[in-house]
Write a new protein. Structure first.
Length: 257
């Protein structure tokens, strides 16, 4: 497990560097794969040794070496968070395949939560890969192994995805019918459906319970700081759903383990 944690932690730092780039470019509609990394201040393309996760930021004092512009601390924090997800996945899993797929799930959820927290947006470009990776994980981690696992392994995640999407979509429609306004974002059902591909339909109640606890914790914190919360205040529910999927995948459906 220590070897898994060390390896995936290192991979996580590199992944986190990419996720920071995605979180910046995707909302702008920019290319997230082929575009060169550049300083946000002077526009200079970053040299390879200026892109070492966390270390480059620390050695440069958080500033661009060319123009002295401040490099937002969000980037090393994203890299550290991604690295910690890799370490968590490695320590939690007894075999490398499970550890790797757990890391993949965590990195998927990290970028989803980040974009939703900053932009209140859950694009298909992020939820669809989460769904596909859930199907891949179901096949790779099936006890029967490949290729025998393929047909039977895909049934639970497909049911989970269908129930997750359909249930939350129906709830959103009912809320709008009763209250006359939107209560959930359009991407939330897709996120719960993609999460259902990972945890199955039996895990969906736990996802929603964890998400509700996380959301209520934020509301309580807002009440403590601001002393008031309006019914029209927006909360990034995708962040809370991501927490729910992560904890349910790691620790199983509540009451069933």
């Amino acid at each position: 497990m220590l070897i898994f944690a060390a390896f995936l932690g290192g991979v996580g730092l590199i992944v986190g560097s990419f996720l920071g780039l995605v979180s910046l470019r995707l909302p702008r509609g920019e290319d997230v794969v082929f575009g060169r990394s550049r300083c946000g201040g002077c526009g200079q393309a970053l040299k390879p040794w200026r892109m070492i996760p966390v270390l480059s930021w620390a050695l440069s004092g958080g500033r661009c070496a060319e123009c002295g512009s401040v490099i937002p601390i969000r980037y090393p924090l994203i890299e550290l968070a991604s690295g910690l997800i890799g370490v968590w996945a490695g320590f939690h899993s007894a075999d490398f395949a499970t550890a790797l797929m757990t890391g993949v799930l965590g990195w998927n959820l990290l970028i989803i939560a980040l974009v939703d927290a900053e932009h209140f947006w859950l694009p298909d470009q992020l939820t669809l890969p989460l769904f596909v990776s859930g199907l891949i994980a179901a096949v790779l981690l099936h006890p029967a192994g490949l290729p025998v696992a393929m047909p039977s392994a895909l049934i639970p995640p497909l049911i989970g995805a269908s129930v997750g999407f359909g249930g939350l979509w129906l709830l959103a429609r009912l809320y709008k019918l009763v209250r006359g306004r939107e209560g959930l974002g359009g991407g939330d059902p897709f996120l719960l459906g993609a999460g259902g591909a990972w945890v199955g339909w039996t895990g969906l109640p736990s996802v929603l319970l964890w998400a509700s606890v996380a959301g209520l914790s934020v509301v309580l914190a807002m009440l403590i700081v601001r002393r008031q919360v309006s019914a029209t205040d927006r909360l990034p529910f995708g962040v809370f759903l991501s927490i729910g999927v992560w904890l349910t995948w790691l620790y199983g459906p509540l009451g069933l383990v």
